[in-house]
Write a protein that binds this ligand. Structure first.
Ligand SMILES: [Cu+2]
Length: 149
């Protein structure tokens, strides 16, 4: 009786956690923006520094425990459902830093933009559990293109 319910509990937890990639991430893993916070006003190009704690950065293709590489989602919808089981797309809204970069200078048009960091494993698939930063909105100030200011 006791053994049966334990088995059931294990099965249930397997099902619960199936909606993510197969590469495990430590519970305390955290991705975050080091130099930006929600609501910040910035000018383009903006230097974005990628923070990661509880794990290490490794280039794509390097399969090592508790590592991954950063992805910057720009004006992209949040990854959810099946997207968390699949390689993160490569397009203008999903920028891969497969060399293990921890910062980037990014050109953004004037106006509001959402930014989010998502860590991917060696094959660009989010971890289980997914390691993602808060999704922040920054306001990019228009510049005149002159050095008058
Ligand atoms: Cu990637």
């Amino acid at each position: 009786m006791r053994r049966l319910s334990l088995t059931t509990a294990l099965l249930l937890s397997t099902v619960t956690f199936a909606m993510a990639g197969e590469t495990p991430a430590p519970d305390n893993a955290k991705a975050y923006f080091i130099n930006l916070k929600d609501g910040d006003t910035v000018t383009s190009p903006v230097l974005i520094r990628f923070g990661l704690s509880g794990m290490g950065v490794a280039p794509s293709g390097t399969e090592a425990p508790n590592t991954g590489h950063h992805h910057l989602l720009i004006d992209a919808p949040a990854l959810e459902g099946d997207a968390l089981n699949e390689a993160i797309p490569v397009d203008a809204e999903h920028v891969h830093f497969g060399k293990g970069q921890t910062e980037a200078s990014v050109n953004l048009t004037p106006g509001k933009h959402t930014l989010q960091l998502v860590l991917g494993d060696w094959s660009h698939i989010p971890h289980n559990k997914p390691v993602m930063s808060e999704r922040i909105t920054v306001n990019v100030q228009a510049t005149t293109g002159s050095a008058k200011q």
